[in-house]
Design a protein around this ligand. Structure first.
Ligand code: AMP
Length: 462
């Protein structure tokens, strides 16, 4: 038996069976190192990033320690963004699918407060949420953490960067002192060391080398003279390789919006993602990017946190990230799931020192490469092949993906292969359809019935 086999852990048989049925054959390094101490109820600090398998590390730990028959809140996972919280809750539900009656509840800002109170009254075993909203529930006494056994701080560095320190402190104050605490963080700055000293008991430290980045991602660097050349370089890189899905990272919100506007002006299929957008706009942007209705997402680091796409073809750093860890995090969004990824970084003289630091980390001397030939500028901008339809009904109306697919592909409908990703949220659902059949698809959904009734449907403009 290999020491990275899940069977070396003392997991319940149904949990182990499920892990294998999910296709997780061996433990990732962060799982192999953190699960043994987690299962021994020790506090753990793990320096691990998105893509390392960290969610399953704490997810399996907490599920195996959970007492399902005691219907009260036993575990709390705090995440920096709603997107990450949704993703974490999804992964935990997936891991828990063979254990009966495990109740996972998300409590995030941006969602209505009232229904969350209702759900809390019904009870839950595991809460996943964002700091502000959890604190609000505690203040209003709608959430009781008196029986908490396990607290997880996910992406702790990002939560501190986003100014959540006081909310986190307030939450911790309302949890039992003898709880187990797990802290996951991509970087390990001083503030994290301090927080861990205050809230953890003799934590086991785990660092996982970001090996993945060296091997499965090809990194290119291009030197530019000024911002005008930077924009041109961006267009050249996009037009030359014509990727289906690209994230362009900028360092500021203003620049994020500006670059997205300029690319849109050139005819590219693009949207911006940054913290100044309303939650609804953010959700719709992510839906359209994930379902391939837009091909380029221009984003800030904070906004792109939690973005989980397996098939991201290209990451472009419009500017080099402010530190090496952030660079590694950005570029680690491509080259996932065993695929080869490509990351291109643009830099000018003033950013040369940051590139040198990245070079030290990657253990190579970085030299500027030659940009693609200018004739690429004459090719047509990248547009996407899909369009998103928004249906004004969701889980609350008991809509399921199968209902939507059925309505679209029923008698004289569109073909199954013209329907893309279907996502059902609580009050809304989104379905991607091929551009050429969009009016036919719209007509089918508007005139047909789902769950015995008609729903309002509209084309989401990108
Ligand atoms: P995370 O770092 O938690 O965002 O996980 C990254 C991805 O890896 C998720 O899509 C997981 O479903 C997947 N994953 C987690 N653990 C394993 C494993 N042991 N083997 C294969 N895939 C895994």
């Amino acid at each position: 038996m290999n020491k990275t086999d899940f069977s070396t852990l003392n997991l319940q048989p149904e949990l182990l069976k499920n892990v294998l049925s999910l296709g997780y054959e061996t433990m990732t390094p962060v799982q192999a190192q953190s699960l043994p101490p987690i299962l021994q109820k020790k506090d753990v600090i793990a320096q691990a990033k998105t893509g390392s398998g960290k969610t399953a590390a704490f997810g399996l730990g907490l599920l195996s320690l959970l007492k399902v028959s005691q219907f009260r809140i036993q575990a709390l996972i705090i995440c920096p963004t709603r997107e990450l919280a949704d993703q974490v809750a999804k992964e935990i539900r997936k891991l828990a699918r063979t254990i009966h009656n495990v109740k996972v509840l998300t409590l995030c800002g941006g969602a209505p407060f009232g229904p969350q109170i209702g759900s809390l009254e019904h009870g839950a075993h595991i809460i996943v949420g964002t700091p502000g909203r959890i604190e609000e529930h505690l203040t209003k006494n709608t959430l009781n953490l008196a029986h908490l056994n396990l607290l997880v701080l996910d992406e702790a560095d990002r939560m501190l960067e986003m100014g959540f320190q006081s909310s986190i402190d307030a939450i911790i104050e309302r949890t039992p002192v003898n709880r187990q605490t797990l802290l996951f963080s991509a970087t390990y700055p001083e503030e994290i060391q301090k927080i861990s000293q205050d809230i953890m008991r003799q934590p086991v430290m785990i660092t996982v080398e970001a090996e993945h980045d060296h091997h499965s991602i090809t990194q290119h660097f291009f030197k530019v003279d000024d911002n005008q050349q930077r924009m041109k370089a961006l267009r050249l890189l996009l037009l030359d390789s014509r990727p289906e899905s690209t994230v362009v990272f900028c360092n500021t919100k203003r620049e994020t919006q500006e670059i997205a506007n300029r690319l849109a002006g050139e005819g590219f299929s693009v949207l911006a993602l940054h913290g100044d957008l309303e939650q609804k706009e953010r959700d719709q942007t992510l839906v359209q990017f994930v379902n391939k209705s837009i091909s380029i997402l221009v984003a800030t680091d904070v906004a792109a946190r939690g973005l989980d796409i397996d098939s991201l073809d290209l990451v472009i750093n419009y500017q080099v990230a402010r530190d090496t860890q952030v660079h590694i995090h950005r570029t680690g969004r491509t080259g996932r799931a065993g695929k080869q990824g490509v990351a291109c970084s643009l830099y000018d003289d003033s950013e040369g020192y940051k590139v040198a630091l990245i070079g030290d980390y990657l253990d190579r001397i970085i030299e500027s490469e030659v940009l693609p030939a200018e004739r690429s500028l004459k090719s047509l901008p990248i547009t996407s092949s899909m369009v998103t339809l928004q249906i004004d009904g969701g889980k609350k109306q008991k809509l399921r993906p199968g209902d939507i697919l059925g309505a679209l592909t029923g008698a004289n409908g569109v073909k199954g292969n013209q329907v893309g990703k279907i996502q059902v949220f609580s009050q809304r659902a989104y379905v991607a359809v091929s551009k050429e059949v969009v009016s036919h698809a719209l007509n089918k959904l508007e005139t047909g019935k789902m769950k015995g009734r008609a729903f309002r449907v509209r084309i989401l403009k990108s």
